[in-house]
Design a protein around this ligand. Structure first.
Ligand SMILES: Nc1nc2c(ncn2[C@@H]2O[C@H](COP(=O)(O)OP(=O)(O)OP(=O)(O)O)[C@@H](O)[C@H]2O)c(=O)[nH]1
Ligand SMILES: [Mg+2]
Length: 354
C-alpha cells in the first residue's frame, strides 16, 4: 500500500523536557522538510540532498524567522518504520518550540497524523503484522519490566511466528481435503486421513495454548485489579500505603476516613497490581459516604481480586459475615489486620483453613 499524503506529529509527550521529536512520514517527507529546514555549516545538507540514515544540523525556519535550532534525521524508504520516507526533527523540548516546528511542517504540506497512524502505516506497508502492532502499544504502555520483556518478544515476532506456522499447517490440511473433493475417484489412504486428523488436533491444542497465554498477556498489560474492602477503620488504607511503600491514602482512627476510591499501581514481582482502596462498607451516615459506598460496590464489580480486611481486635460483626458470604464467588484473600492487639476475632472454621 502506498499512502498518497504525508503525515506529521509530535512523537514525544507534550510537556517541558530537554528535547522533543516531530516525525514526518510519507512520499513528500523530504520535500516538505526541505521547505522548513536550513542547514548550518558546510557538513549539513538539505534533506532531499542528504544520504539516507544521516543526521543534519540546522534550523527550522518559517517566513524567514528561525523557529528552533534542530537535528534532522533523514531516512529514505523503504528502510524505515513506516517503509515510507521518514524525517525526524529533534527540537527543543518546550511545549511551544515543538508545537511551532510541527505547525511549520503542517504549513508546508503535511497533514496532522491521527493517533497511531505511523504504526498503522507500518502495518499496512507490511513492515509489521497485527501482533507486532499490538506489541508496540504494549511496549509504550508497559508498567513493569516483565511487561516490557513480553512486548519485546511479541515485537520480535515470536507470537507472529506461532500464528503463521498454524496458518500454514491448516492451509496444507485444507489443500489435501480439497484435492480429495476434486478427485474423489482416488481413494484416500486411511493413513493419510489419520495424519490429517492428527494435524488438525495438534492445531487445536496449539490454539488453546495460545488462548491461555492471552490471559497472561492481558494481566501483564492492564494489571490485576485488586480491590481492598472491609468495614470502616479495619486498616484498608494502611494496607494500601504499606503495599505501595508510601503514604498515599489518609489513615486515621475515625471510621469513614476514606470517601472516594483511590487507585494506584504496585509492581509486585514484575506484575502490575492495580490496588483500589475504598470507603468502608457500612450503612452510610451521610450523602458523601453513601456515594463512597456506591463507588466501592462498583470497584468490587470490576475487580479480579478482593482483598477483604478484617480487624483482629474486634468480634466478627454481622456486616463481616454478610461480606464473607457476598464475596464468596470472587477470587479473594482474607486479611486479618491489627494482630498486635488482643485477639477477639472468631473466624468460622472454613476461613481459618484458607
Ligand atoms: N494497632 C493497629 N492499628 C492499626 C493497624 N492498621 C491500621 N491501624 C489503625 O487503624 C486505624 C484505621 O486505619 P485506616 O487504614 O484508616 O482504616 P480504613 O479501613 O482505611 O478506614 P476507613 O477509610 O475509615 O474505612 C488507624 O488509626 C490506623 O493507625 C494495625 O495493624 N494495628
Ligand atoms: Mg481508609
Amino acid at each position: 500500500m502506498v499512502s498518497s499524503d504525508t503525515i506529521a506529529a509530535i512523537a514525544t509527550p507534550l510537556g517541558e523536557g530537554g528535547l522533543a521529536v516531530v516525525r514526518i512520514s510519507g512520499p513528500d517527507a523530504l520535500v516538505i522538510a526541505d521547505k522548513c529546514f536550513e542547514p548550518i555549516g558546510k557538513h549539513s545538507q538539505k534533506p532531499s540532498a542528504a544520504p539516507t540514515h544521516t543526521i543534519q544540523y540546522g534550523r527550522v525556519v518559517r517566513n524567514g524567522q528561525t523557529i528552533d535550532e534542530v537535528l534532522l534525521a533523514v531516512m529514505r524508504a523503504p528502510r524505515t518504520y513506516t517503509r515510507e520516507h521518514v524525517v525526524e526533527i529533534t527540537c527543543h523540548g518546550g511545549i511551544l518550540p515543538a508545537k511551532m516546528v510541527l505547525e511549520t511542517v503542517l504549513h508546508n504540506g503535511a497533514r496532522l497524523a491521527e493517533p497511531g497512524e505511523f504504526t498503522k502505516r507500518a502495518f499496512l506497508n507490511g513492515r509489521i503484522d497485527l501482533a507486532q502492532a499490538e506489541a508496540v502499544i504494549d511496549l509504550i504502555h508497559a508498567r513493569t519490566e516483565l511487561a516490557v520483556r513480553a512486548a519485546n518478544e511479541q515485537l520480535a515476532g515470536r507470537l507472529s511466528r506461532r500464528i503463521n506456522k498454524l496458518r500454514d499447517e491448516f492451509i496444507t490440511v485444507l489443500a489435501h481435503i480439497e484435492a480429495q473433493l476434486d478427485f474423489p475417484e482416488e481413494d484416500i489412504e486411511p493413513a493419510a486421513k489419520t495424519q490429517l486428523l492428527a494435524k488438525l488436533e495438534a492445531g487445536v491444542t496449539e490454539i488453546d495454548n495460545l488462548l491461555r497465554t492471552a490471559n497472561e498477556g492481558r494481566i501483564l498489560r492492564r494489571g490485576v485489579r485488586a480491590v481492598i474492602v472491609g468495614r470502616p477503620n479495619v486498616g484498608k488504607s494502611s494496607l494500601l500505603n504499606r503495599l505501595l511503600g508510601h503514604d498515599r491514602a489518609i489513615v486515621s482512627h475515625v471510621p469513614g476516613t476514606t470517601r472516594d476510591t483511590i487507585e494506584e499501581t504496585a509492581n509486585i514481582r514484575g506484575l502490575p497490581i492495580v490496588l483500589i482502596d475504598t470507603a468502608g462498607l457500612r450503612d452510610a451516615r451521610d450523602l458523601v459516604e453513601q456515594e463512597g459506598v456506591k463507588r466501592t460496590r462498583a470497584a468490587l464489580d470490576a475487580a479480579e481480586l478482593v482483598l477483604h480486611v478484617l480487624d483482629c481486635s474486634e468480634q466478627l460483626a454481622a456486616e463481616d459475615k454478610l461480606f464473607l458470604a457476598q464475596f464468596a464467588d470472587k477470587k479473594r484473600i482474607i486479611i486479618i489486620n491489627k494482630i498486635d492487639l488482643p485477639r477477639r476475632l472468631d473466624l468460622p472454621e472454613e476461613f481459618v483453613r484458607m
